[in-house]
Design a protein around this ligand. Sequence first.
Ligand code: ACM
Length: 623
Amino acid sequence: MKHFKYLVSLSGLVLILFQVQVRADIRYPLIPAPVSLKELPGDFLMDQSVRLDIQTNDERVLGSLHWFSEKIKSLTGLDLQQKKGNKRISIVLLKHNEPSLAKEGYHLKISPQNVLLEANGAEGIFYGLQSILQLLPPANKWAIPAAEITDYPRFGWRGLMLDVSRHFFTKDEVKRFIDEMVRYKFNVFHWHLTDDQGWRIEIKQLPELTRHGGFRVHREGAWGSFLPALEYEKATDGGYYTQDDIKEIVQYAAERFVTILPEIDVPGHSLAFISSYPGLNATKKQFSVNAGWRNTPRDDNALDPSNEEVYVKLDMIFTEVAKLFPNPYIHIGGDEAYKVYWEQSSNCKEFMSKNGLKNADELQSYFIKRLVKILESKGKKLIGWDEILQGGLAPEATVMSWRGMQGGIDAAKMNHEVIMTPWDYVYLDLYQGDPSAEPSTYGMCRLTDSYRFEPVPEGIDEKLILGGQGNLWTESVPTFRHLEYMLWPRSMALAEVYWSPKQSRNWPGFFERLESEFTKLDIADINYARSCYDVVVIPVQESGQSVSLTMTTEAPNLDIYYTFDETNPDLHASKYNGETLYFPPGSSNLKVVSYRGNKPIGKQLKLSKEELTKRSLQQHHVY
Ligand code: ACM
């Protein structure tokens, strides 16, 4: 989502960061919550006498155990591969397939004497090992609480998308992204490899795509406001993955039971492609690789569906992409194609009349159907964003629904497979707290929005909903540190949505486990947002010019203190008790902060009457 209708302007900002005390005493801090967990007394102490007891020769299990042992060694210094110890962590592949566990489930029995991990296959063992790691307390006394756990996922498709076009992330950063996602049992890495701002995958038959299309001029600041490239300015920002890099990452992901879904975004979002091989758009206008500017009139960044050369080049691209990625699916984008230049082009008009296509939507549908055929010839199936429904959905296509749920509902009603990624629940590039205290972006998707997401709409066959994703677009994400901030903790909420049984959703319970996880992220130096501790101010337009306010917090059981007299609130200021507030005569600003007990815990917000009035009038509320 790039051209969002309602941008949020920033009001005054006061940002005070406090050291926050979090509770780390949750005994079973598993995220996502397992299907069933029987709490038992006692702990399995991880010490010198613990060893792995491996009852399988399965290569993939052995690989996971190597990975697990290394992790344990780096956390605790203990060597699980030693042979002498009398306390065992036994790893067993079940001889008789247990249907309830399916491919990814596991049984985990932890007693003070030993740990038994059983599964049908290597995936289940891997997820059981992740659960053991999560049960390890943050430091020093490595006591895993006794329990009996049975666990398996609700959905087989549990994805996270990363846009590496708007900002490039290195091979090592991509690996780190994968490492972080598997802790929460995600299993699909959707890799958005191409867009207007950079082409990131080496295509040997089309070297200009990366030599030229992989780089743009340097711009820093607020995305969307930048000046276009000057005539002699060098394109120095960016990068790309060689095919060897891609193979390495595919292998790395596979060892962690992650499938990579590559996305080549066409026919829109193709400026880097068009800039590298001019003449492929309807206007035949040449452009620089976009560095975050918005031109008027709009750049013609869409491939021309009436131009055969477009299909010749796409065939070359998908031939190489198909060989690099074992995934049966390839994502072809299909979103936000700007069709006005098609409607104006004599070539397109002639092509449409020759092929009996009534309008630009049908021209787009023609293009997508050609891609289905191209992918089929490489043994692959097509996934596209929900705009591929426009003009008639290609048979066999799978729909990734992002503009809401409706595209997914329409596709499922036609018996197509669907992956649900509606922006208001899963777009990780949006604000996750009050816009006045967050890095600039657009729209709103709070942690609680992600946590209450239900991927299966009423009346739709659950079997057609493969699962869902969190999508991280990176227009305003220039660093890996900020990437983490946007990813966590919202993706933990989504991990629970996609893995855990629907009926086990429990916000206060999740929040306790989340705070325990925060402590571990601090130790691991993984960045995450604490915006869920901030106050949520809800403005409502009253008759006349006045605005009324109510306030809440996402984190349970916090106190809210506020002022209208310009002083900074603390626990001696007015305490909010759920009433409706109005700006007192003469006052211009609300200042508000959250406390847990006698300690401030959220950022202090300063919101002007003007800003809150403006928000109250917005059709889509952003608060
Ligand atoms: C999208 O956000 N344009 C898929």
